[in-house]
Design a protein around this ligand. Structure first.
Ligand code: GDP
Length: 293
């Protein structure tokens, strides 16, 4: 992950290192390289522009030009800016109701169903008592997949092929209340592409569920397509955040570095493996450190 970006940035930093002093031209050259690296990593161009403007402003300050370790100062500025565009700090789930509904949405293949189970496992580990709800009736195998995963982690799954998604959700709320579950994680229908029928179904479920969280699951490998998808979902559903999956793959960084800036909504979790415990809370500073190697 981030190999190209890492390599490019480290070359920029190497060019600055060993110099007792740096000039404005050195800084500008370095920033141009940073800009190209980010564009190559598939970061949204608006994000790149803002990033570059900020770094330029800070790096041309007296402090860097006069510093005895200008390369270190420059790296720090880049690092701080990476953290800032990813949202500064971890944004935890805001669960207020009991049971607290979490609605999971996303396109097919993004990792939505797997993420529902991963999240249930994570919350269970924190001492919560979640219930999974299989309301993705569009992809026939999704229900069986969730039931199987539920069995694996010891979490009940509400499912019924003969009901509509809305009926299943209503039933699940009753089950949660009568069995003392404190969280409902609802797997909703995906599609290969955004379509009106899916959005209407999701809006209907949202109305009934009144979720504390609506998380869009996006695949890091999809690059700016994922960011555009995020914008459309957010406009329709007013999301509370994102889960970016497949961060263990060779994603270039475009999604994780753009999505917060473009939508204003935070990444709350990242998927880090196919395994059931491959889900972590998202910490911008940790990712920035990883990018900088
Ligand atoms: P859905 O169609 O969105 O419900 O997608 P699935 O949950 O079925 O996931 C699609 C594929 O992505 C499956 O093979 C998952 O194992 C895989 N997957 C999901 N999350 C991750 C992740 O964080 N890392 C990796 N490597 N694979 C993942």
């Amino acid at each position: 992950m981030f190999e190209n970006l890492q390599e490019k940035l480290s070359r920029v930093f190497k060019n600055l290192s060993g110099r007792g002093k740096i000039t404005e031209k050195n800084v500008k050259d370095a920033i141009r390289e940073v800009k190209l690296s980010l564009l190559e990593a598939d970061v949204n161009y608006k994000v790149v522009k803002e990033f570059v403007d900020h770094v330029l402003q800070k790096a041309l300050g007296e402090e860097v030009l006069r510093s005895l370790t200008p390369d270190q100062q420059f790296i720090k500025i880049v690092r701080d800016e990476l953290v800032r565009i990813m949202g500064e700090k971890n944004e935890p789930l805001r669960l207020v109701h009991r049971p607290a509904p979490i609605m999971m949405v996303g396109l097919q293949g993004s990792g939505k169903t797997t993420t529902c189970a991963k999240l249930a496992k994570l919350l269970k580990k924190e001492g919560r008592n979640p219930l999974l709800v299989a309301a993705d009736l569009y992809r026939p195998a999704a229900v069986d997949q969730l039931v199987k995963l539920g069995n694996q982690i010891g979490v009940n799954v509400v499912h019924d092929y003969n009901k509509t998604p809305v009926e299943i959700v209503k039933e699940a709320v009753d089950v949660a209340e009568s069995t003392g579950k404190d969280i409902l994680i609802v797997d909703t229908a995906g599609r290969l592409h955004i379509d009106e029928e899916m959005m209407k179904e999701l809006e209907e479920i949202k109305k009934i569920l009144n979720p504390d969280e609506i998380l869009l699951v996006v695949d890091a490998m999809m690059g700016q397509d994922a960011v555009n998808t995020a914008k459309v979902f957010d406009e329709r559903l007013d999301l509370t955040g994102f889960v970016v999956t497949k961060m263990d793959g060779d994603a270039r960084g475009g999604v994780i570095l753009s999505i917060k800036y473009v939508t204003g909504k935070p990444v709350k979790f990242i998927g880090t493996s196919e395994k059931i415990d491959g889900l972590e809370p998202f910490h911008p500073d940790r990712i920035a450190n990883r990018i900088l190697g």
